[in-house]
Design a protein around this ligand. Structure first.
Ligand code: NAD
Length: 260
């Protein structure tokens, strides 16, 4: 049904992004996937998604820390499949340290990948979407786009920034059939969060399970991680016709985190 529609998903070789890839392929979209992977890993993943979902998948190796490669990702996707209907800016990294000890190069990398990359891909994708008067842009922010936590200065700054970016893109394109929204997950159990749990377990000299329960207890009242599939279902809804008048929104999916 949708095999002539293309979704570009950044950072889709693992975690939440891979969940988006699976869900949009299942829904019949052609995919442009991206993320850090060896050529062999990328080929394996591409073939698996193609065979499992009977769709076309194109892997692009863009390093999103580089603005030119962000633009190339979009232009190559348009060239490969004709147009881009959906852009999901999902790639992200994390680093945890107090502000005065936060390495400047980690600040630069987090701002580049978690915020500036989305500006560059959106800037490149909009003219095509505007020509067709249709498009969906999703920015994967975080609860840290809405509230702060200690030791995450660059991440919190970048995620607050991407919510601002989302609103401006939504306003400028509100009457053009293009929506732009941010999804704000709380804790989702991916490698990005597993590393924080492992570090906490080591620091507190407790088991990984105990560290994980403690992490949730501090922030996420539901006491459980949000499954990747639930985030993907929200993304699919935001790309559906029923969501055509939802734009500029920042939607938490966080087990009650920001209600506190
Ligand atoms: P993950 O580490 O599992 O996946 C990150 C993806 O980004 C990977 O595919 C990786 O290859 C890619 N990536 C990293 N640096 C890149 C670069 N320079 N160029 C291209 N790709 C790059 O992490 P995740 O938890 O799936 O996170 C995905 C998004 O969701 C991030 O933006 C993250 O901030 C956000 N998020 C995650 C959580 C959570 O609890 N896991 C919560 C809120 C928001």
């Amino acid at each position: 049904m949708l095999r002539d529609r293309t979704a570009v998903i950044t950072g889709s070789t693992s975690g939440i992004g891979l969940g988006f890839a699976e869900a949009f392929a299942t829904a019949g979209y052609r995919l442009v996937i991206n993320g850090i992977a060896t050529p062999e890993e990328a080929l394996l993943l591409t073939h698996r998604l193609e065979e499992q979902h009977q769709t076309q998948v194109f892997y692009h190796p863009a390093n999103l820390a580089d603005p030119e490669q962000c633009t190339a990702l979009i232009h190559d996707a348009q060239q490969h499949f004709g147009s881009v209907d959906i852009l999901i800016n999902n790639a992200g990294i994390q680093y945890v340290a107090p502000v005065e000890q936060f390495p400047a190069d980690r600040w630069d990398a987090i701002l580049a990948i978690n915020l500036s990359a989305a500006f560059h891909t959106i800037r490149a994708v909009l003219p095509g979407m505007q020509r067709h008067n249709q498009g969906r842009i999703l920015n994967i922010a975080s609860v840290h786009g809405l509230v702060a936590s200690i030791h995450k200065v660059a991440y919190v700054a970048a995620k607050h920034g991407i919510i601002g970016l989302t609103k401006v893109v939504a306003l400028e394109n509100a009457a053009r059939g293009i929506t732009c929204n941010a999804i704000c997950p709380g804790f989702v159990l991916t490698t990005l969060v597993q590393k924080q749990i492992d570090d906490r377990a080591t620091e507190a000299n407790v088991s990984v399970d105990e560290a994980s329960i403690e992490l949730l207890r501090e922030k996420q009242p539901s006491g459980r991680f949000t499954p990747v599939e639930d985030i993907a279902a929200l993304a699919l809804f935001l790309c559906s016709a029923a969501a055509s008048n939802i734009t500029g929104a920042s939607l938490p999916i966080d087990g009650g985190w920001i209600a506190q």
